[in-house]
Write a protein of this length. Structure first.
Length: 684
């Protein structure tokens, strides 16, 4: 590797940019590897100094010293891995594969360091009689548990095995995610005959034409990105083409070929099982759930089963209604297939409530939606968002904002990145380029990023969003608030570094405002006429808000059951993946099963994201968010006192206390599923 002068590599020095933000305009792909090598070496020296310190171990010289170590490594990792998801290329993917084993080895060198663990253990054993604050006690416990869960208590032979397993696992999960991205990018359905476009609205056609032009092609291009796929499935009257696109989307990485993920699924499941067994757990789910609000598999299955029982009758009736509607429309026998569902369900919704996405789109112009989403944080928490053109961004479409608190004090940097691109993973997420912490009395504020894949503007129209896209924006913005409003001393405990089944509460609660007239009236204006969204249209949104709620709940439960099926296995997995999947979810399956299709091989949440044995947390958090929003409903949806309590007890606290204690402090009691059943119209 060529040596590089320190002055050439922006990572070698602290960033001299507004708020110390990443200097994206100066970072080149060739900077990453030298920066990682230097950062790993620096961090290792810091860790060795802590482990070899001859002084008796204390909170300050061990736990706090570890917390403040690895500053450069954090800086490089946060930029590299966030861009690997949002603005990737082949070279970065290759770098990530070279880096993965090095980073696994580095983590293992820390967690399997016996001298270091002995120091942590001695502080942990005496944590309650050292005059530590509750947050410091929580940090000690976190470090002890992290070491314990990373093999620190294993024998030397077991530690070697653990090293090997974790390195293999990090490579397999990386491979899985990259295969999904490549397979998604590879597929194109180019239509050149106007007859193939039947049923598609103007906005969808314009976007498809722009997609084709961007690739130098004539015609209308449809791909597997969310705006393209969902629109086609909803509106195309060409059943044969819906089937074609459905099969492409739902056979990702399962048909053989270079991006097939079947071996990766088996490898990941089996490596996780072996790691869990090595650490003394029966299965991987038990290992994961030990530090979750749901403490064990019984709690998770208890929730999933309770919801399945409550929602199944409604869901079956909804499917029967859509089937009956399809028969009426076609005036001939037709059995609804999965590629028919969006099409007929949307048509029935339109007939029943006189409501569809195309009627709402004109009122959800992206710039206005941004004002509405930011405005909600202004209404609730007094925040202001000021665009800062001096902050470097990683793509011309990305915007950066200074976020100020109610007193005009700087609170955070927020990046927004809204549209699909070839180098971007599908989906939507919030992430951080820098977390929040307080050191030497200085509150170091976070740099938060929101990444989406929303409908693009076209030559004739601005970006007009669907209702679902606005809901997604609010959801991810809730995560952003959790990061931006953090007031914790230690970065490891700050912001969204909470239990996985608690992290979705701040995001999901935000979605509730979208069916409130008082809120929609603030920003939902027609992009051409400027008129407010009509009251009767808002009423239709409210009336339709529980449309197919049963079906949607069972669909989410199917993902939760599939996740748990893989991660409660007690024996190595060698079955046929499609058959295993069918058995795991058949009791909540509502539509005919298409034998060739498969969810698992592109199920990034559990095989390349952080949701293994944790997908249930979306439903867990839905119970929490419905229960929590009922307080806003009682007191007023913009009630400052309620918002202040939510901010103080939930958003600012990170993982400094047990999440159930934080929730009870806000709510006054533990949550029940009643508010969710009521909100969805399952009970009155």
């Amino acid at each position: 590797m060529t040596t590089m002068k320190a002055s050439d590599n922006p990572f070698f020095n602290s960033f001299s940019t507004p708020h110390g933000t990443a200097p994206f305009d100066k970072i080149k792909t060739e900077h990453y590897e030298p920066a990682f090598e230097k950062a790993i070496a620096e961090h290792q020296q810091e860790i060795d100094a802590i482990a070899d310190n001859p002084e008796p171990p204390t909170f300050a010289n061990t736990i706090e010293a570890m917390e403040y170590s690895g500053e450069m490594l954090n800086r490089v990792s946060n930029v590299f891995f966030n861009l690997l998801s949002a603005e990737s290329n082949d070279e970065m993917m290759k770098i990530s594969q070279r880096l993965s084993p090095k980073l696994s080895e580095h983590a293992n060198n820390i967690y399997l360091n016996e001298k270091l663990f002995e120091k942590i253990k001695s502080i942990y054993n005496n944590r309650l009689n050292q005059g530590l604050t509750p947050e410091q006690v929580r940090l000690v416990e976190k470090y002890y548990h992290d070491f314990e869960r990373s093999g620190a208590t294993l024998s030397p032979e077991e530690k070697e095995r653990y090293r090997q397993l974790t390195m293999e696992l990090s490579l397999a999960t990386l491979d899985f995610g990259q295969n999904v991205l490549k397979e998604t990018n590879k597929y194109e359905m180019l239509l050149t005959d106007k007859a193939d476009l039947a049923g598609l609205p103007e906005s969808v056609l314009e976007a498809a034409k722009a997609r084709a032009e961007a690739k130098g092609k004539e015609g209308w291009l449809f791909d597997l990105s969310a705006p393209s796929y969902t629109s086609f499935m909803k509106y195309s009257t060409r059943r044969d083409l819906r089937e074609k696109l459905y099969r492409a989307y739902n056979t990702k990485c399962v048909t053989g070929g270079e991006f097939d993920n079947q071996d990766n699924v088996k490898k990941i499941v089996n490596l996780r099982l072996e790691i869990a067994n090595l650490l003394g757990y029966e299965n991987y789910a038990e290992y994961v759930l030990r530090y979750r609000m749901a403490k064990n598999t019984e709690d998770v299955y208890g929730l999933l089963d309770k919801l399945a029982e409550a929602y199944t009758p409604t869901a079956k009736k909804e499917v029967a209604d859509v089937q009956a509607y399809a028969l009426k429309v076609e005036a001939k026998p037709i059995e609804i297939q999965p590629w028919d569902w969006s099409f007929y369900a949307d048509k029935l919704k339109d007939e029943r409530f006189k409501l569809n996405d195309e009627m709402l789109r004109p009122y959800f112009e992206l710039e206005q939606v941004k004002k509405g989403v930011f405005g909600l944080a202004t209404n609730l928490y007094g925040l202001q968002f000021v665009k800062n053109p001096d902050i470097p961004v990683y793509h011309p479409e990305v915007e950066a904002f200074d976020v100020l608190d109610e007193n005009g004090q700087f609170l955070a940097v927020l990046y927004t990145d809204f549209h699909p691109r070839p180098g971007k993973q599908s989906g939507a997420w919030m992430t951080e380029f820098k977390g929040q912490w307080i050191k030497d009395g200085v509150d170091s504020r976070p740099h938060v990023s929101l990444v989406m894949n929303f409908t693009r503007p076209t030559e004739t129209k601005p970006a007009l969003l669907t209702f679902d896209e606005v809901e997604t924006f609010l959801h991810e913005f809730g995560h952003a608030l959790h990061g931006m409003l953090s007031r914790c001393t230690y970065q490891s405990l700050s912001g969204t570094n909470v239990y996985r089944d608690f992290v979705e509460l701040p995001s999901q609660i935000m979605e509730n405002w979208l069916t409130e007239k008082e809120y929609l009236d603030q920003f939902a204006f027609h992009y051409q006429t400027g008129e407010k969204i009509p009251a009767e249209l808002i009423q239709r949104i409210i009336d339709a808000s529980n449309y197919i709620a049963g079906y949607l709940c069972l669909r989410q439960l199917s993902f939760g059951y599939l996740d748990m099926a893989y991660h409660t296995l007690m024996q190595p997995f060698s079955s046929d993946i499609r058959e295993f999947e069918r058995n795991a979810i058949q009791h909540v399956q509502l539509l005919p099963v298409i034998p060739e299709t498969c969810i698992s091989t592109s199920f990034g949440h559990i095989f390349s994201g952080g949701y293994a044995a944790g997908y249930y947390s979306y439903k867990w958090a839905e119970v929490l968010d419905a229960d929590a929003f009922s307080v806003f409903k009682e007191n007023g949806i913009f009630d400052k006192k309620t918002a202040q309590s939510f901010r103080k007890n939930i958003l600012e606290k990170g993982n400094t206390e047990d999440p159930m204690m934080l929730y009870i402090r806000f709510r006054g009691q533990e949550p029940t599923i009643d508010a969710l059943l009521k909100r969805n119209g399952i009970i009155n």
